[in-house]
Design a protein around this ligand. Structure first.
Ligand SMILES: [Cu+2]
Length: 240
């Protein structure tokens, strides 16, 4: 009876968390996400499952988690995205906060350097609603080098608490064999008291942080060549 009650309480509190949580990748899979069709925890890793992948990594008052939230994901097949391909991401939305500003970024060095390759300011997920799966397309740069990478969607919400989201997914890029990817380093706004503040004014046609986005620094990363066989093997793994 006691353990039944404890289980019920644990379940209840995780539902409460999910109910107030906000947005996350659903496809591609978020790192350590609890979805059935995502890479599953290995032996001893069950404690690492993230049942709250929709919560922000920080607010303007506080940093809750590092960028990307987790230093690694569970082992498993990665989706392969071709350079130049338009991918329809699915977002798992708890609270859409009337949209916000999105920055899509790739890291080829496990999160040390991020290159933003696409932006959507102010209107990103603005036509979503609460409690839905939302399709959000983005395009892998045509000159993206091949290799394993982390895809990160940075999102600053328009309405409500001043938050930063960082939804990360382990992916494989099938593109140029060795090369560089250029873009800008991401703006980390509303991420602790020392970070730039993006106000709630965007919806009223006010200041949405343009000057902060404009001030992002250019960045280029070079990615060493990988063997074609490596990519071919990955594709076979994904077909399992
Ligand atoms: Cu939120």
């Amino acid at each position: 009876m006691k353990s039944f009650l404890a289980t019920t309480l644990v379940l209840f509190s995780s539902f409460a968390l999910l109910a107030e949580a906000h947005i996350s990748f659903r496809f591609p899979c978020p790192r350590r996400g609890s979805f059935w069709d995502c890479p599953q925890p290995g032996p001893g890793e069950w404690g690492l499952v993230d049942y709250d992948s929709r919560s922000p990594v920080g607010t303007h008052d506080r940093i809750n988690n590092p960028i990307c939230k987790w230093p690694s994901g569970f082992k498993g097949p990665r989706p392969v995205f071709k350079a130049g391909e338009t991918v329809k991401a699915t977002m798992d939305i708890g609270a859409y906060h009337k949209g916000g500003s999105c920055q899509w970024a790739l890291s080829y060095d496990n999160g040390t350097n991020w290159v933003v390759f696409q932006d959507l300011f102010r209107t990103c997920m603005a036509d979503a609603s609460n409690g839905v799966q939302y399709t959000l397309p983005f395009t892998i740069p045509a000159n993206a080098p091949s290799g394993n990478a982390i895809l990160n969607l940075y999102w600053n919400n328009n309405e409500g608490n001043r938050e930063l989201y960082s939804s990360c997914s382990d992916v494989t890029i099938d593109g140029k064999n060795g090369g560089t990817l250029s873009g800008v380093a991401p703006l980390l706004a509303n991420y602790g008291p020392g970070s730039p503040l993006i106000k709630e004014a965007a919806l009223a046609g006010g200041d949405w942080g343009k000057q902060h986005f404009d001030a992002r620094k250019p960045i280029s990363v070079s990615v060493p060549p990988v063997t074609k066989r490596h990519i071919f093997r990955r594709r076979l793994e994904n077909n399992n």
